[in-house]
Write a protein that binds this ligand. Structure first.
Ligand SMILES: Nc1nc2c(c(=O)[nH]1)N[C@H]1C(S)=C(S)[C@@H](COP(=O)(O)O)O[C@H]1N2
Ligand SMILES: [Mo]
Length: 441
């Protein structure tokens, strides 16, 4: 969608970003409630009447133009990989693919629809996974070197549905824009993982009193090729390492883990930034001080304790590590921008919601720009740390342009905000209410 203004033709999104008041005036010739020619202008741009125009908050940029894919001014690039759905190609090197939100419609996310996030290269697959060794060392009484066979025979094997979400999921909603992959809501997956508890393995190694943090290491090379640099190497507090749902996994959805997701072994640290879930796992070390690997400290996976000025520079020295992820919901029954047949008068909505280590208490949807909200039915999670599916029905009074607004509330009463809060240089934790545009007729 482009907008003519003098000689320049710019995307409406760009114009809104640079100068919202002028963009609003140029686009709709007004500030204030939509009426008369302004309403006709917006309707014309959307290609439809807006039945709830009277409830549209002043200055609202229609979701049809505001969502990230549209913001790029072009159709997103597509990832083409054997067995994978056409994910949104965020980057080729390192390889990063986002799942379009409407493909996350399965209760258990398949390999095909699971997002991909790499920070470095992709290691060569090993010929025989049985030869893979995992080292446990540092502040332990007995350092261990374990094969896959050792893990399976020495420790209880558990299978859990666990949600894993990139710390930067939702980053594209931040303004001003931050560095990093411009994720929408699709850097999330909820697969069924099989493995052993990290806790059992650390106990077998005899974690010392002095062990307070973990450090994680994987086999993937740094993009520069430098052998002494890690692509990513993060760590967490012992409390999370000892959580019963923090696993060393070797199967995803009942199959050996696909190579791109970390075969043959990876960590799965549900509810906390995905970067802790080290793929191609070779070593876990226990430390008395926070780990200092790649992706630790500064502004990496860290959030301001006191809000900072959006867009300002900050070295993150007094930020705090991001831990449990904030509440978020997705809509999987209808793709953003869907056109439905004339006469459609109700929509059966479906999606998922999750909230880091917490659960989701409620999901609400609105089709009238947030003036009224309908409570959806939210299912219990399959187990702790699994996402929760939701369903519900909304009524549409006539044909035209609608936005489905959807938002979740966590078990402590925190709701997704109208705009992302606590802006930070690397764009973590943006979880605003989402908006999907739907055209009827
Ligand atoms: N070894 C290794 N592990 C890694 C990464 C990586 O680049 N290398 N990326 C992390 C990040 S940032 C995320 S969000 C998840 C993504 O896992 P996936 O690619 O299986 O979806 O893996 C994490 N584990
Ligand atoms: Mo991530």
């Amino acid at each position: 969608m482009t907008l003519r203004h003098g000689k320049a033709e710019r995307s409406i999104q760009e114009l809104y970003r640079d100068d919202p008041e002028r963009a609003d005036a140029v686009a709709f010739g007004r500030r204030g409630a939509l009426k008369g020619t302004a309403l006709a202008a917006m309707g014309g741009m959307l290609g439809a009447a807006i039945p709830f125009a009277g409830r549209m908050p002043e200055g609202t940029l229609p979701a049809l133009f505001a969502r990230p894919a549209a913001a790029q001014g072009a159709a997103p690039a597509v990832l083409r990989m054997e067995g994978k759905a056409p994910l949104i190609l965020q980057q080729e090197r390192p390889l990063v693919g986002e799942t379009p939100e409407h493909l996350l419609d399965e209760p258990v996310t398949s390999y095909a629809n699971f997002f991909i996030r790499n920070n470095g290269g992709i290691p060569d697959p090993v010929a025989d996974p049985r030869t893979w060794k995992l080292r446990i060392d540092g502040e332990v009484n007995t350092p261990l070197e374990l094969t896959m066979g050792d893990l399976e025979s020495r420790f209880p094997v558990v299978t859990r549905q666990l949600q894993m979400e990139c710390g930067g999921n939702g980053r594209a909603f931040f303004a001003p824009q931050t560095r990093g992959n411009q994720w929408g809501n699709g850097a999330i997956g909820n697969a069924e993982w099989t493995g052993v508890r990290l806790r059992d393995v650390l106990q077998a190694a005899g974690a010392k009193e002095t062990a307070r943090y973990t450090g994680h290491f994987g086999a993937d090379p740094h993009l520069s090729g430098a052998a002494d640099r890690a692509a990513i190497s993060r760590g967490m507090r012992m409390a999370k390492a000892m959580d019963e749902d923090t696993l060393i996994v070797f199967r995803m959805n009942g199959q050996p883990i696909p190579h791109i997701h970390g075969a043959p072994l990876r960590l799965l640290v549900p509810g906390w930034p995905g970067s802790l879930s080290q793929k191609w796992l070779t070593r876990v070390t226990l430390l008395s001080q926070p780990h200092t690997g790649a992706g630790m400290g500064g502004t990496s996976y860290r959030m301001p304790v006191r809000p900072i000025v959006p867009g300002s520079n900050n070295n993150g020295a007094d930020f705090a590590d991001m831990e449990s992820m904030p509440v978020r919901s997705i809509l999987s029954s209808h793709a953003h921008g869907t056109r439905l047949p004339a006469g459609t008068r109700s929509l059966d909505l479906r999606g998922a919601a999750w909230a880091g280590d917490l659960t989701v208490r409620a999901v609400h949807a609105s089709v009238d720009f947030g003036a009224t909200w309908t409570e959806m039915q939210v299912a219990a999670p399959a187990n702790r740390h699994a996402w929760q599916r939701w369903t519900g029905r909304v009524a549409l009074p006539s044909d035209g342009y609608y936005e489905i607004w959807y938002r979740a509330t966590d078990s402590e009463g925190r709701m997704q905000p109208h705009a992302p809060a606590n802006w930070n240089p690397q764009g973590y934790g943006a979880n605003p209410i989402s908006r999907a545009a739907i055209l009827v007729g």
